[in-house]
Design a protein around this ligand. Structure first.
Ligand SMILES: Cc1ncc(COP(=O)(O)O)c(C=O)c1O
Length: 364
């Protein structure tokens, strides 16, 4: 006699928190195709010189790996504060495994059951996901038709969120938020305001960062990452700048030794040699502007971009366009409002491959 097979999936699902059962894992496809323009990385890999610097930095700490890392990552935070400037010190900077972990720590500290977080959609999809995972109720605010945020402060006043997210430049639209508007949101907000500046380095020259708003705004937090302009997405290093009281709060929720010795060493080496990756930013900005012009010449609608990606459309069947590009070895992102697609700016060769493929898939 054979026993009835037990459906272990159902057994496990029944025990998952009910508020998580409807959620899906974050899912940008990771496909092995020649041209990968889907996750907004910097397309330029580290040079031979930088590879050696990083390898040496890892070798230098390898003999200490029997010990836990510096729990407070003090030297790294000093380096990050130095990079950010604006008179910031290590006590106003915190670091974690990617800015996703920073956002998670912020929601653990300032969100949670009975609390709400608000964002202005379309925006970065992990803000609502991490909110829900931390038991924080997500309120989907909206944007103007051109993706501006003229009603943001009013929405904040209406919803009174414990945490408000402003993403600038925004993902997936690429649009920047004027500082006056962020200041208005701050004044309207009863709680924490997180400005997610993952793509700040790609902004047009002269665009000020929300870092300039930090003095006398203790509830304001600016998040950054080394995953984009710094060309270090594999390192997993995100950070924030804020009032020291914010860092004290985050220290309560962070896991002890969350940032490995190897991560800290690699990040410090990359910051010390930041001239190399940051030298690519100007070329990427120029390629972005060229690509925006090219897409518009083809009659497509393109959102203004201050980032290293472009949102364009509007397609009746965006899935078919996305698939057509993929069939030609070009992976972009099927995301954003209905009918739009998002392409990351790549190397000139990658951008040319994208243009060639799109010309075939969507002939003039
Ligand atoms: C707006 C925004 N914030 C944060 C992140 C997370 O970056 P990471 O966790 O790699 O630092 C991303 C990644 O795409 C993003 O687009």
């Amino acid at each position: 006699m054979t026993a009835e097979p037990v459906n272990t999936n159902d057994e496990v699902r029944a025990r998952l928190r009910p508020d998580l059962r409807h959620l899906h894992p974050y899912g940008a496809p990771q496909l092995d195709v020649p041209v990968q323009l889907n996750t907004n990385e910097n397309p330029y890999a580290p040079s031979e010189h930088l590879k050696k610097v990083i390898a040496d930095a890892v070798a230098a700490v390898a003999g200490t790996l029997n010990r836990y890392p510096d729990r407070d990552a003090v030297e790294l935070r000093k380096d990050l504060a130095d990079y950010l400037g604006h008179g910031l010190t290590a006590g106003q900077v915190w670091a974690a495994n990617g800015s996703n972990e920073i956002i998670q720590q912020l929601l653990q500290a300032f969100g949670g059951p009975g609390r709400t977080a608000l964002g202005f959609e379309p925006s970065y999809s992990m803000h609502p996901l991490i909110s829900q995972v931390t038991g924080t109720r997500w309120v989907a605010g909206d944007r103007d038709a051109d993706y501006g945020m003229s009603t943001a402060a009013e929405q904040v006043r209406r919803h009174q969120p414990d945490v408000a997210f402003v993403t600038s430049p925004n993902n997936p639209t690429g649009t920047s938020v004027p500082l006056e508007l962020i200041a208005e949101v701050y004044d309207a907000a009863p709680g924490i305001v997180v400005v997610d500046e993952a793509y700040a380095e790609f902004s047009r020259a002269g665009t000020p960062s929300a870092l300039t708003l930090l003095p006398n705004r203790p509830r304001l937090i600016v998040c950054r990452t080394m995953s984009k302009a710094f060309a270090a997405a594999g390192t997993r290093l995100g950070y924030l700048a804020a009032d020291p009281a914010v860092i004290e709060a985050v220290l309560v929720v962070r896991l002890p030794y969350h940032l490995s010795t190897v991560t800290q060493a690699v990040a410090r080496a990359a910051i010390a040699h930041r001239d190399e990756p940051l030298a690519t930013v100007e070329a990427l900005r120029r390629s972005r502007d060229d690509l925006v012009g090219w897409l518009r010449e083809r009659g497509l609608v393109v959102a203004d971009s201050d980032a290293n990606f472009i949102l364009f459309g509007i397609f009746e069947d965006r899935e078919a366009v996305w698939q057509g590009l993929l069939d030609r070895g070009v992976l972009i992102r099927n995301t954003g409002p209905t009918g739009w697609l998002r392409v990351t700016v790549g190397t000139p060769a990658e951008n040319d491959a994208f243009k060639r493929a799109l010309t075939e898939v969507v002939p003039l």
